[in-house]
Design a binder for this molecule. Sequence first.
Ligand code: MIG
Length: 797
Amino acid sequence: MITNTELEQKGNQFPNTIKNIRQEVDTLYFTTENNVILELTVLRDSVIRFRYGTRGILEEDFSYAVDPENLIGYNHLELSENKNFHIVTTAKLIIKIEKISLQTKILDIEGNLINEDEVGFHYEESFTLGGNIVKMNKRSHPGEAFYGLGDKPVHLNLRGKRFSNWATDSYAFGKETDPIYKSVPFYIGLKDKRAYGIFFDNTFKSTFDFCQERLDVTSFWAPGGEMNYYFIYGPDMSEVVQSYTHLTGKPELPPLWTLGFQQCKWSYYPESTVKGIAKKFRDLKIPCDGIYLDIDYMEGFRCFTWNKEYFPDPKRMVRELLNDGFKTIVIIDPGIKIDPDYWVYRQALENGYFCKRADGPDMIGKVWPGECAFPDYTNPEVREWWAGLFKELVGEIGVRGVWNDMNEPAVMEVPGKTFPDDVRHDFDGHPCSHRKAHNVYGTQMARATYEGVKKYVYPKRPLVITRSAYSGAQRYTSSWTGDNVATWEHLWIANNQVQRMCLSGMSFTGTDIGGFAEQPTGELFVRWIQLGVFHPFCRVHSSGHHGDQEPWSFDDEITDITRSFIELRYTLLPYLYTMFYDYATEGIPMLKPLVYFDQDDPHTHYRSDEFIFGNSILVCPILEPNSKGRRMYLARGGWYNFWTNEYLEGGREIWVDADIDCIPMFVQKGSIIPRYPVQQYVGEQVIDELKLDVYYAEDVVDSKVYEDANDGYDYKKGRYSLRNFKLRGKASDLTIQQHKGGTFETEYDTIKLNLIGLPFRIKKIKVDNVAYDLNNLDKEDKYLKLPEDFSVVHIIG
Ligand code: MIG
C-alpha cells in the first residue's frame, strides 16, 4: 500500500528563524526560513492585527466581521531591533518578535508585560480537509481572569474552561452546554489590573482553552482558515470593549418602541387571539409595544405567506393593532419549502440561490415546512433578492420587525442538527464549504433581512432579531438567547448571558422572559420580569404546549408586580435610549458587569450577579425562590438605594431587603436619571415634562440625556436633543449646568428636578441667575420646576 507518510505524520510545525522583514506603510511582514509569514498591522496604537501564513502564502483578505473603514488611526510606528528581538513600537505598545522563533511579547509603553506567546503560532497540515489546523498558545498568569465569548451559558469569568464556537440549535440548553447558538471568538483578559482583548477572526469551528488543559496556558485554534487575530489593548476593559465594537461595527439607533415591552408566544393565532391578547394589555393597563407572530401565521410554514383562515386580512389586522399602539413582528426562517407551486421556492430554484452539496444537488433538509432548501445568504445577489421579498410583508402589510429563527442553520432529524460539511457557499466571492460558512450563515441571513426591512419600513427604522450570530452581527440585528427553560438556574444563566453579550459587542439582547420550555411559577416569572426590564431587549416568550405566559397568567399579585416593573421600564425609557445612544455612537455596552465597572477591585473578578444598567444603576436580581432579600456586593463608591433613597458606601457585601415586589437596585451618587411618565406604549402620550432624579454627591459628575423623534432618520441631520449635565456638589450647595446640543425641540418645556440626598436645607435657589420662589417648591411636590432650556441652576443651603 502506498501512503503519504510525510503529510500524515508531520504533526505540529513551528516557525523558525526570521530571514526577511518588509514594511508597507502600517504593515510589517516577517518571513521565516521555513516560510511562515507573520503579517503584523498597526491599526491603532492599541490595536494590532497578527496574521500568519504558511508556505509563504497569505489568503486573500476578507472578513464578515470587520468593517475595514474602522481601521485607521495610529500615531506612532517604529521598527527597531536588539540581539534577540525585532521590536515594533506604537504610542501605546511595544511588540517584541523573537528572531529565532517568531514568538511575540506585548508590553505597554511603560514596559509592563501584557501578553506573551507560550509556543505561539503553530500548525498542523490537514491532509483530509486541506489547509492547516491553525493554533496559538499564550502564557497565562495566576489570577488572570477571562471574559467575553458571546452567549456561553456559564459564569462570567471563563478561567479553567474550554469552549467551542459552532452555532447550534440548543433546545433547553443547560448551564455549561457548549456550544449554543452564537459564535463570538472574542475574549478579554485581565491581568494585574490591565485588560486586553483577543479577537480571533476565524469563522471555522474555533476552540478556546482558558487554562483548562494547562494551568499556565491559554490557547485557541481552528481546523481551517488562518491564524488571524486582533490584539486590543486597554488598559481599561471599557477601552477594550469599545475598540472591539468599533472594529466589528456598531448598530444604528433602533426605534424607541423596540425598547418598550414585547409580548411573544409560540403561537398567537388566529387573529381573534392576537387581538384578545392586545386588548387585555390595554384593559389591564400593562404597557406593551410589540406583539409577535410565530410560525403558525404562515401557510404551511412557507415564508412570506399568510394562513388566510387564521389571518384573513393581515393588513387590516396590523393596522388595527397599530392604532392601539402595537407593532407587529413576524418570524421568518431560512428553510424554504420545496413546493414547485410556491413562488419563493421557484424564484430561488430558477436563479440557483440555494446552497448546494459538493457534487451539485441542492442542500435538502427537514425543518418546520417539511423538506426545505436553503438560500445561500453568503451570496450578495441572494441577499439582495431576499431583501426584496419583504416588500409586501413590511411595505404593504405594515409589519415593523422581523424575527429570524433557525438560522444556525438548524436542520431536523440529522446528525449534528445542521448542514453537512460539504455544502457549498459563495462567501461573497470566496467559495468555500460549510465548515467555513456555518458560523456566519445566521448573521448573513439577518443582514439580508435587515436590508429588506430597513428599505420597506422607511421612513421608520427597522427591527431585526436573530438567534444565531457571529461577531459583527450587531451592525444589523438584535438577538435573543434561544430556547431556555423556566427554572431558577436559567434565570441565573439569563443574567450571565446578557452581560456577556454586552461585553461581546452585542448589547441589544434579551432572553425569553419566564423561560421558553416548561412553565414558570408566578414567583419565578415575576423575578424574571424584574431582571428582564433591565435587559436591552425585553420580551416574554414561551412555547405553546407549556401553558400561558402573559403577565396575567398567574395571580393578581403577580400581575400587579409585573405591571409595576414594566411601568418602571417605561419611565426609564429616556435613560435606556441614552444608553443605546452611547452604545450606537461609542460602542459602550449597555450593561456593564461589575468587573467592567471597577476592574481594579479584585472583588469584582468573580462576581456575576450584580451589574450596572447603563452608567449608574446597579442591579442585582433575586435568583432564588422564597427570598425576602439577598446578600450582594455593592461596588465601590457611594450609592443610593433606589427604593428608599438610603445612602450607602460601597466596596462591601451587604444584605438587601427585596420581597417579591422588589429587586435590589442602587443609583450611583451624582447621577441624574431622566424619567418619562408611564405610557401604555411609546408615543401614546405627548411627553409634557421630563423628570430628572438628581442624586446628590459632593463631587463633579457628568451625565446626559439623548432624545429625538423616537423613530425615522431626522436625527442624522442633527435633529436630536442631547442634554449634557454637569453636577457640582459641595457641602452646602449644588449646581447643575446644562449644555444642549442638536436642533430637535423636545415636546415639553418643563424639566422637573427631584433632589435626592441633599445634605443641607435649601435657603435659596437661582435659575439662570434669577431667584426661584421657594414657595413653589412645596406646591410642586418638592419638584423644582425649570424651563427646559435652563443653563444653570444653583441650589444654596
Ligand atoms: O423548532 O418557531 O427558538 O423561539 O418559538 C422550534 C418556533 C422553532 C425555536 C425558537 C423559538 C420559536 C420556535 N422555534
